[in-house]
Ligand binder design. Sequence first.
Ligand SMILES: Nc1ncnc2c1ncn2[C@@H]1O[C@H](COP(=O)(O)OP(=O)(O)OP(=O)(O)O)[C@@H](O)[C@H]1O
Ligand SMILES: [Mg+2]
Length: 381
Amino acid sequence: MNVKKIRLIHFRNLSDLSINFNSSLNIFIGNNAQGKTNIIESIYTLMRGSSYRTADDSNLINWNKGKTYILGEVERNEEIFHINILLQNNEKSENQTTQLKKIIKVNKKYQKKAGLFKKFNPIIFTPEDLQIIKSAPSIRRKFLDEVIININPTYYQYLKNYNRILFQRNTLLKNERSKHEITNQLAAWDQKIIELGTLIILYRIKILQKINQKAKIFHQMMTENKETIKLKYNSNVLTDYTDDKEEISKIMNLKLKNALEKDFQLKVTTIGPHRDDYFIMNNTVDLGIYGSQGQQRTAVLSLKLAELELLKEKENEYPPLLLDDVMSELDPERRIFLIQLIKERAVQTFITSIRLDNLSEMDVIKSAKIFQVKNGTVEEQ
Ligand SMILES: Nc1ncnc2c1ncn2[C@@H]1O[C@H](COP(=O)(O)OP(=O)(O)OP(=O)(O)O)[C@@H](O)[C@H]1O
Ligand SMILES: [Mg+2]
């Protein structure tokens, strides 16, 4: 998969620019606050239909303008897709609030965001991704669920339906009616919740096995065989490991029943995959608690590279890799490993950095396209 070109109009501080990308390495150099991350974000938005940096895509529109265009060409399995995205702030006259209009066209045909989702899966790695290791279980679940959706889009429906039913079950638990009445009604929801919850747990356990296989190899290479990474599902439903569907379903059924009294008291559903987590282990210690900053960063990199390999297996070609501010944070050995890997596998890669000399060890720089980013403009060097 290959992003051939992009054209941006009023995208954040990038007022009007066109870039033809290299099919291998693209490097964006510039001082702070010039627009490097904005370029990475625009490439991501072109492929996904929305940003990873903000929940509100109207932030992508330049402050002084009412709309932005993100236009570009992406090649996937030798087919060219012309993508055309318009984001426009619509003033709502009655209550003064603005509403975002989003139009996505692929090859001149209107397309929903979900349509882009299924076609293009860039892998992005930013400094914030350290949160996958350091932060709350919800961030870890989000990473895992997104990997599964990229590999198997139907999982998105399971997750959506599960969350909808969970919401309804929680609403019922908050209801003032008699316990007896509510318990009868819960039975119907619980059947669904067990069915979907079992599928979610099963998908997660299976993908963790796959991620483990891939990540282990990268991690050992980056740490000269000194460290081994392993993800371990930490479920509030399962106490012992199993990937048997019937078994998971049986255990969840039992746990839900046992937790009913507690659920009534707390007025929320306390059992299910919405409360699950996974450990990220380095050798035998939990990286979130004991890992150094560099170890945590290396671990996230191993996870992202594992995702890259899994997508390659599914699509037969590598997705683009977006690395924002990552190189300067890695030691030279890990940087060289990463660049070597990109080169060997011919992964189209976008890198931002303040200075080029952070990347000077790399001989692939000779074949890279290097862009200078200055005050919202981009010049090829
Ligand atoms: N909607 C917007 N309209 C106009 N400018 C914006 C908008 N959103 C962000 N900016 C500005 O764009 C500028 C460039 O931001 P960006 O994050 O791309 O910088 P950067 O080159 O990655 O810098 P750093 O090296 O610090 O990461 C910033 O000054 C930011 O305030
Ligand atoms: Mg930046």
